[in-house]
Design a protein around this ligand. Structure first.
Ligand code: F6R
Length: 242
């Protein structure tokens, strides 16, 4: 495990984007696993800047998003389809047919999860999986539980997760109660995992996840078993690692 702590957000953003760009430069047809939420926004901004300067092209890249809410129209301003368009896809040359996001409006959620798993299998291996971290230790939307699911599946979002995401909606009642998420098995199969954590409010959970017991009650703790885990922390999130 490689843990890097950054004094400011800009340095963290540039380092995160640098890892992604370095991968694409050595492997133009890289398969990226992408996250949403507040955490990766600054990194996506850096990717767009580099693309605009001609330093990187995404034309042969394939992407798989971690998750999507169930029941939000695809063009809803808080759907992860909209988020990805807004923060990244509308600004780079990644072809639409190489972008994958679970369909949270599929009539049959189980069939949609199976379809998503098959698409990931077709791509062979995710080269780099970007992850944020939930306050409750979730990765993707794999919430703490007595057991975890390996592949893409339907989840009930925990109250803590809905509360954390309420900041993006008019009220907590508007936050969906379910999501489709890649499973922990799929996440752990990625060649490299890039975990990014920001903020004092996540200092304790990231420290427990990476140094405490490995348990399904803290899904991110399973990342300790990954042979190629890179962790980028801002100074606040990294304060317990000194
Ligand atoms: C997002 C995702 C979630 C978030 C996590 C942190 O696709 O899967 O696990 O990474 O909830 O969210 P933020 O970054 O908003 O604090």
């Amino acid at each position: 495990m490689n843990i890097h702590t950054f004094a400011n957000q800009q340095e963290l953003n540039e380092a995160g984007a640098g890892i992604i760009i370095g991968l694409i430069q050595t492997k133009p047809d890289a398969v990226l696993g992408l996250a949403t939420g507040g955490t990766p926004v600054g990194i996506y901004e850096e990717l767009v800047k580099s693309y605009n300067k001609g330093r990187v092209s995404f034309k042969s890249v394939t992407s798989f998003n971690l998750d999507e809410y169930v029941g939000l129209p695809e063009d809803h301003q808080e759907s992860y389809h909209t988020y990805m368009k807004h923060h990244l896809f509308a600004h780079i040359d990644l072809p639409a047919e190489q972008i994958h996001i679970p369909d949270g409006n599929a009539a049959d959620a189980e069939e949609e999860c199976n379809r998503y798993n098959r698409e990931i299998e077709k791509a062979k291996q995710i080269d780099l999986q970007i992850l944020g971290l939930g306050h409750n230790g979730h990765i993707g939307f794999n919430e703490p539980d007595q057991s975890l699911v390996s592949g893409t599946h339907l989840v009930e979002l925990q109250p803590e997760t809905r509360e954390a995401n309420a900041r993006f909606f008019d009220s907590i009642d508007d936050v969906p109660t379910q999501a489709l998420t890649m499973g922990v098995g799929t996440i752990l199969k990625a060649k490299t995992i890039l975990l990014i954590v920001r903020g004092a409010d996540k200092a304790e959970i990231v420290h427990r996840a990476l140094t405490g017991p490995i348990t399904t009650e803290l899904p991110a703790s399973l990342l300790q078993t990954h042979p190629n885990l890179v962790v980028l922390l801002d100074a606040e999130a990294g304060r317990l690692f000194v």
